[in-house]
Design a binder for this molecule. Structure first.
Ligand code: BES
Ligand code: MN
Ligand code: MN
Length: 462
């Protein structure tokens, strides 16, 4: 079976890449309303691609936000049902001047991690490229004897802005979406010669804070020293959220955190990781984080608090002496089992208001959040993914926990009662969400080769 599939892929590889480049040319930036039409066009393109791949039905569902695309493939009575999930929206490309080539004009370049070339474009890895592996894998199977499972596909356009309309959609279409397992490629592997499968994701609580001092901007000479400067105050408040040991000081923040068993900790800490290399790649002289935990743990199994943006006062050319009226910050907290995003947001808000001095007023506004997820590795679906990657990489993939968030994964569990396999083919160094995002051609093709094997093993083991 693999030979026929591989032959098909080799014959059509160039077209697969060209089609992906076309998809990457549409700026489907979900966060910016100015791109709503492009987002819509991308949804249409995804739907067409699923039809062309052999879907028996494909539809575009409007939502209060961006559309959701669904499709089904030919029924296989008695076989298990796999729901493929992906997202066609992308992060804003800013800061634009740091891109070496325009974010929506994909080009192929070689890199150290990708000697066979990588596609540079916003969304190449997260997640259009990884989504498109599935479309092309399905096409390859349909044209070579069919898919041995029932396949349903759901692709959303709001993952990067919190998937707020997907939950209602899942609830409304529970029956149509019923499945035995969800298959997602929206995460990373350790390296092209060190395959891995993520079995966990962190959750997210995201808040915006506004600190107000005086009722208007003031002359910093006339009033400075006597009136609270909200930027100074905000900086102090933020600094106090972490102690000397890198622990978050919000009361109750760690109450529900489940500590890892020694066995799992050991396994995670034994995955290949070169601290020197890591530091060199990031241009840092040293890592920093919660005392008592390794870098791997800090970046995947431990909760965090990070300021994502901070602003206020005068940031134009030259110097303006001003004591500003307001200061703002956007703060994210990555969560681990069993932290609850709403609870953490409430704990944050209460604490942040409590530590504010009487000289300022504080408003905390919650943004989107998401639950953490951990998926079993002693399951048939994990074994199928493991065997599929073993076959194409020649090595058993290592189980790892990812530090990013895909909020919908825990909802698949809750609403559809289905667990998820996170078979991602990106690399952490692919610069997702950053300038010069890229996706290796090797990874793209390897994904298309591996996915059919997942169906093969899953249908034969289930
Ligand atoms: N694909 C990522 C999540 C991811 C990245 C998982 C790397 C595992 C490894 C996803 O598109 C993403 O960026 N999610 C957001 C959360 C969302 C609510 C904005 C994130 O993690 O910041
Ligand atoms: Mn993604
Ligand atoms: Mn993303």
């Amino acid at each position: 079976m693999q030979e026929t599939i591989d032959k098909y892929i080799a014959e059509h590889e160039e077209r697969f890449i060209e089609e992906l480049l076309d998809l990457l040319r549409i700026p489907s930036i979900s966060a910016d309303p100015a791109y709503a039409e492009d987002v819509q066009r991308t949804a249409q393109a995804v739907m067409q691609s699923l039809r062309a791949a052999g879907a028996t039905s494909a539809a575009l569902h409007e939502t209060p936000g961006h559309p959701i695309v669904t499709a089904t493939f030919p029924e296989v009575p008695g076989a298990p049902t796999v729901l493929v999930y992906g997202h066609y929206d992308v992060q804003p490309p800013d800061p634009l001047d740091l891109w070496e080539s325009p974010p929506f004009e994909p080009i192929i370049k070689k890199t150290d991690a990708h000697p066979q070339g990588a596609i540079f474009a916003r969304g190449s890895c997260d997640d259009k490229g990884q989504l498109y592996m599935h479309v092309k894998a399905l096409e390859a199977m349909v044209n070579n004897g069919g898919v041995p499972c029932n396949v349903k596909v759901i692709v959303e356009g709001e993952e990067e802005v919190g998937s707020s309309n997907l939950e209602a959609f899942l609830q409304m279409h529970q029956e149509e979406l019923a499945c035995d397992v969800v298959l997602v490629s929206d995460s990373a592997m350790i390296a092209n010669d060190v395959p891995s499968i993520s079995y966990g994701l962190r959750g997210l609580s995201y808040v915006e804070v506004e600190v107000t001092g005086p009722n208007r901007d003031l002359h910093s000479g006339v009033y400075g020293g006597a009136v609270a400067n909200p930027i100074n105050v905000l900086a102090n408040m933020i600094a106090s959220l972490q102690d000397q040991e890198g622990r978050i000081t919000i009361p109750g923040f760690y109450d529900k955190v489940v500590d890892l068993e020694e066995k799992e900790r050991k396994a995670l800490n034994s995955i290949p990781f070169d601290l020197e290399e890591y530091q060199k790649d990031l241009g840092i002289a040293s890592v920093q984080g919660e005392k008592g935990y390794s870098t791997i743990e800090r970046a995947s199994t431990r909760p965090t608090l990070d300021v994502n943006g901070i602003w206020g006062g005068y940031i134009g050319e030259g110097a303006k002496t001003v004591l500003p009226s307001k200061a703002y910050a956007k703060i994210s907290m990555r969560l681990v089992p069993n932290q609850d995003p709403d609870e953490i947001t409430a704990l944050f808000a209460a604490h942040f208001k409590k530590i504010a001095p009487p000289s300022v007023q504080v408003v905390v506004s919650p943004h989107h959040g998401g639950r953490p997820a951990v998926t079993p590795i002693d399951s048939v679906e994990y074994a199928a993914a493991e065997r599929a990657m073993e076959a194409t990489f020649g090595k058993t993939p290592l189980p790892v926990r990812g530090g990013g968030s895909i909020p919908i994964v825990s909802l698949f569990e809750q609403v559809l009662d289905a667990s998820t396999v996170l078979m991602g083919f990106g690399l952490d160094s692919d610069d997702i969400h950053s300038p010069n995002e890229h996706f290796g051609l090797f990874n793209f093709i390897q994904g298309i080769r591996t996915i059919p094997l997942f169906y093969h093993f899953y249908s034969s083991m289930k």
